[in-house]
Design a binder for this molecule. Sequence first.
Ligand SMILES: *Cc1c(COP(=O)(O)O)cnc(C)c1O
Length: 385
Amino acid sequence: MYHDRGVGGLSEYGDGTRCVHAGLPPAQPGEPFLPGPVFAAPYHLDPQAGPAGAADRYGRTDNPTLRGLEGAIGELEGGECVVFSSGMAAISAALLTLLSPGDQLLLPADGYYNTRTFAEGALVRLGVTVRTAPTAGPYPPLPGIRMVLLESPANPGLDVCDIAELAGAARRAGALLAVDNTTATPLGQQPLALGADLVVASGTKALVGHSDVLLGYAAAAPEIADPLRRWRNLTGAVPGPFEVWLAHRSLSTLDLRLARQEENAEAIAGLLVQRPEVTGVRWPGLLGHPGFEVASRQMRRRPGVVTFTLPDAAHVTRFLRASRMVFSATSFGGTHTSADRRAQWGDPVPEGLVRLSCGIEDRADLVADLTRALDAALEGAASDG
Ligand SMILES: *Cc1c(COP(=O)(O)O)cnc(C)c1O
């Protein structure tokens, strides 16, 4: 199992079981459950057979720690996985490998801003035409487009789109469909099973989930995964063994972490919709969410991220200062609850828009803390006025 990068051998089991066992080597007396990171740049070569003599020759090309994690994520995504040093390394690798000068790329207008920034700079310079469409649609006719990159739920607005429907449209148009699965994680949805050609994602967020590792990956059929692995070798976008091992170690609790985050997000979304100063509460599990129906159909669980809007930037500052539990931080999906005012990073959103990432703290503590912090932020507004 260790040498497989997308075995599907655990597909009959539930999420918790799959997370615990994904990518582990067969049990061997005297060996650990998950072997530690292998710190090696070169490996011993057979003096006569040279590179043909063993799987491992040089760490950038391949190594046993990488194979373990790739087996695990490939198992969960249902495809062959290639791990990268960050989500952006995976996304840029996919775009640069699969697109050629003259191609058209369709991106979400409301998705992760660095993907758009990369495409509108580097890809446009290489002669790729970049178009955008809102995640919730409408989408332009796809004939003539070489690749569609979806993000569902989109970061930070959490709009969703029907991946299976767009996969059908892409196939008819001869376009490749890639899905950024960062927010959902492979336990939330499996884009490859919904018809996508390729998954790209940041593992930095909920997948690894401890706010201590930068990581990315792509997952696809071998025709797409193999060129990406060659690309990674030639560009050097390979994560170090310690990061890879930390990520693999963290995967065994993914099911538990996501379950608690979803539970907390549900409670907090319920709290937020009742606050008159809070507008635009977005969570795909909320009955009033515009993508509720599509999300209910295509997602197996809802993310721990809730987006909402406070009256202005100063209101957000007062809220963050008053909270004892919510860390002010970007990123999301970690075990600690955190909040990020997205306009401060240049996202085209209202000044008071907050992306709240629910951690795994006790729900009652979080609800009490948020209620208190929102009340305090309101009082501040009254005394300012
Ligand atoms: C964070 C993020 C990325 C980039 O991932 P890094 O690991 O930070 O490079 C890509 N897509 C989405 C949706 C993200 O949230």
